[in-house]
Design a protein around this ligand. Sequence first.
Ligand code: FNR
Length: 337
Amino acid sequence: MQYFNVMDYEAPAQVRMNAAHWDYYAGGSGDEITLHANRAIFDHIRLRPRMLVDVTTCDTSTSVLGCPVSMPILVAPTAQHGFAHPEGECETARGVGQAGTLLTASSVSSRRLEDVAAAASGPLWFQLYVFDDNNITIDVVQRAEQAGYKAIVLTVDVPRFGNRERDLRNAFHLPASANFDVPDVTKLKPSLTWRDLAWLKSLTSLPILVKGVLTAEDTILALEHGADGIVVSNHGGRQLDGAITSLEALPEVVEASSGRCEIYFDGGIRRGTDVIKTLALGAHAVLVGRPVLWGLAVNGQEGVRHVLELLRNELELAMALCGAPTLKQITPALIRR
Ligand code: FNR
């Protein structure tokens, strides 16, 4: 089997996985309207390429919160990589490092965050879910800092878990995380508010990104409460079904932030041209969720590396064909409004 694009990994990944685990990875909430819209929206955005620009070399390298990476394509936090590979997140970390980019490790993990850090050759961020017991948060944030993670990514779009009907039909329950002793990881703190961001900042010297923002209003609140970065995301269509797509939300978030922090993006990125469209609309970098899991299931670290390399190569080609050989040249002028 040859894999010419990241979608080529999807069906082979499904064949290799337990059906309920596959549904957990693939599914969204409710009617999966937002899940599908995340992909479909990219078809409605068209590029305005420029000609006769010297594109002999196109440079995809950048830095994220000051940390150098090979491309503006990072890995989104996704739970339980053990469903895709016996080595779980450790295997993912190896592949991401080989691609020269950054892994955001989920709180809900098959492997302990320390083991993931030991396996990783590239930079890591730690995604945080906040439970009712503050001691769990204090402990895990300090452990992440000690293990060398470079930022905390606070996920704010899960006051409760979305209604994922595929999981209900399969009677699927998310197993406990290797990171902490919480039997039911779907019972998060529903009383979490913006005020808790200040508390979280007092626990760590690491920068804190807020993941799951979809409006200008929340962008302003996140910045007022000390966020160091924002991830525009609807959780891959797994939380509020009917929520706007990340791409529709991006322009208002970028405008409201007025350059005060780096804006990240996830949801539906499957092509290098998706990446260039998102960067043109003002994202600093994108994160990729499911395709990395497909690569992991099909071919372990090599599959993860290849999925990321495919996206990097496609971005590099898109930069050449758009006449934008550096990331700085990817501006709103590339998009037809
Ligand atoms: C996720 N996502 C997620 N987000 C998060 O903050 N913490 C988590 O533990 C998880 N877990 C998780 C599991 C699975 C199987 C998926 C598919 C997604 C959401 C994820 O970070 C990201 O927002 C989306 O996956 C991005 O969309 P794409 O690239 O999958 O379309």
